[in-house]
Design a protein around this ligand. Structure first.
Ligand code: FES
Ligand SMILES: [Fe+2]
Length: 332
């Protein structure tokens, strides 16, 4: 339960009140924290209980109560929380989150499947030509009308001449070439910062995007795309619009005539947690294979008591995390 107290501090508490489990979603924000609507227990952002109106004034019972609470931080107009073991690391300062004077928006979709399927879709450029090209054409043909001509003329994905994946210090860079070596998708590529963040844009560019693949639980994932453009001070925003992008239509059917809807259909249709023992990976699945190797390697590190990749503790290394300026032939 995320709340902001009347002094502006953010807190994230377990939803059920520690007294008799009423939902704190209906709580009352006060100066010191959030007060439960049912019997009025008051919690601060650290989860400590500060007041219990029903107990005798001299009671120290409240001092024994601490509900689950997580640290919360704002960056770039978004609110982040850390749910892992202590000590709490630094919040990674990705470029689009630390630029001054930006205008942006965030889109989000809750996808009813495991996060790894969503992440693997990002490392699978081959699907673009089929799912967002051949299949898109098939769907539009079936619908009739003039959408198909418009799609074929303007939006159909061009074939990729080359695809490659490079490991870098933060994860994996996916590259594909449509025209030549100067393509941004080849020179800069799409870097995935292990485990679940990707940056899009060009080094030194005026705009960029960040994708967060946020696991909600084992079978639900929040896919978030935040886009930001550097603008003049006057055009900077007070708040960032958020759009909930549906994955299915009102009847609960997959939306197959948008690229987002097609991705949603593909990953959800793989099953809640897809049976990887039943797959048959080919040479074109190298991004997925590389990511799984990285995942296993990082899990082994954690088992040995070491920290995984991209845990930031040194503020000097976390000033701004930018797109890696490494071209496929190693030029900086
Ligand atoms: S259930 Fe919250 S104060 Fe009683
Ligand atoms: Fe896609």
């Amino acid at each position: 339960m995320l709340f902001r107290d009347n002094r502006g501090h953010l807190g994230l508490l377990a939803e059920a009140c520690a007294h008799r489990r009423a939902s704190l979603v209906y709580g009352i924000p006060e100066n010191e924290g959030l007060r439960c609507a049912y019997h009025g227990w008051l919690y601060n952002a650290e989860g400590r209980c500060l007041d219990q109106p029903g107990e005798p004034a001299a009671s120290t019972f409240k001092n024994q109560i601490k509900t689950t609470a997580y640290p919360v931080q704002e960056l770039g107009g978004l609110i982040f929380s850390y749910l892992g073991p202590e000590p709490v690391p630094l919040l990674p300062r990705y470029n689009v989150l630390v630029w001054d004077d930006v205008a942006g928006e965030t889109n989000g979709t809750v996808i009813p499947c495991n996060w790894l399927q969503v992440m693997e879709n990002l490392l699978d450029p081959l699907h673009v030509e089929c799912l967002h090209g051949r299949y898109f054409t098939y769907v539009l043909k079936g619908k009739g009308g003039d959408q198909l001509q418009e799609f074929l003329a303007r939006h159909a994905p061009s074939p990729m001449k080359k695809v490659r994946f490079d490991l870098f210090e933060h994860g994996i860079i996916e590259r594909h070439m449509i025209n030549n070596e100067e393509d941004e998708s080849w020179r800069t590529g799409a870097p995935s910062f292990f485990p679940t963040t990707s940056l899009l844009g060009s080094p030194g560019g005026k705009s960029g995007s960040i994708i967060f693949v946020a696991p909600i639980d084992d079978t639900h994932t929040w896919f978030l795309l935040h886009m930001a453009s550097r603008v003049s001070q006057l055009a900077a925003q007070e708040s960032i619009p958020f759009f909930d992008v549906p994955g299915v239509d009102e009847a609960g059917k997959f939306i197959t005539d948008t690229a987002n809807g097609q991705d949603h259909m593909a990953v959800v249709s793989q099953g809640n947690i897809t049976g990887r023992d039943l797959e048959h990976l080919g040479t074109s699945d190298q991004g997925i294979i590389l990511y799984r190797e990285l995942l296993l390697e990082q899990m082994e590190r954690v088992e040995r008591g070491e920290e995984p990749m991209n845990v930031y503790r040194d503020p000097a290394k976390n000033h701004i995390i930018d797109l890696p300026a490494i071209t496929p032939d190693g030029r900086i």
